[in-house]
Design a binder for this molecule. Structure first.
Ligand code: SF4
Ligand code: SF4
Length: 151
């Protein structure tokens, strides 16, 4: 008789869609606040290292000169502190998981050639302006000294 208790439930389920999905053949649907992984918009990264200092697990490495940002996804617990601290808002906690790896090593992101070129041009322009300002200052100082000597 105990079996009879399950009959209505079994009949009901016969006409419902399955609760499972066909992942990976169909894309998975993640809950709105799912913490999948950290993504980076690397071309907007300024290499300030705020994320590295914020990470409690030491899962990040940044090389400003090389334009690289590296994350060890085995160490990252997706707490989101790095994304909170990033001044350029180029880090995001997004749903979806990364492909599993066999080797425990970091994933390296490198700025595009265009971004590196634009940065180098910006640096050169800033250096040129600084040199011009210094030269103008020195010329002014020299002119003042000469005027003083004459007067
Ligand atoms: S999400 Fe947390 S653990 Fe992962 S890299 Fe950012 S600060 Fe570190
Ligand atoms: S905090 Fe943001 S801008 Fe600074 S190094 Fe990290 S990712 Fe780049």
């Amino acid at each position: 008789m105990a079996v009879m208790k399950f009959v209505p439930e079994a009949l009901k389920n016969l006409f419902k869609p399955p609760v499972t999905t066909s992942y990976p053949f169909e894309p998975a649907e993640y809950p709105e606040r799912a913490r999948g992984h950290i993504s980076i918009d690397i071309d907007n990264c300024i290499g300030c290292g705020m994320c590295v200092r914020a990470c409690p697990l030491g899962a990040l490495k940044v090389d400003k000169n090389a334009g690289t940002w590296e994350i060890d996804r085995f160490d990252c617990v997706v707490c989101g502190y790095c994304a909170e601290k990033c001044p350029k808002k180029c880090l995001h906690v997004i749903p979806g998981y990364q492909t599993p790896e066999r080797e425990k090593e970091g994933v390296l992101y490198k700025k595009s050639e265009e971004a590196l070129k634009a940065e180098a041009e910006k640096k050169a322009e800033a250096a040129r302006k600084a040199a011009e300002a210094k030269a103008a200052m020195e010329a002014k100082k020299k002119a003042e000294e000469e005027a003083k000597a004459e007067g």
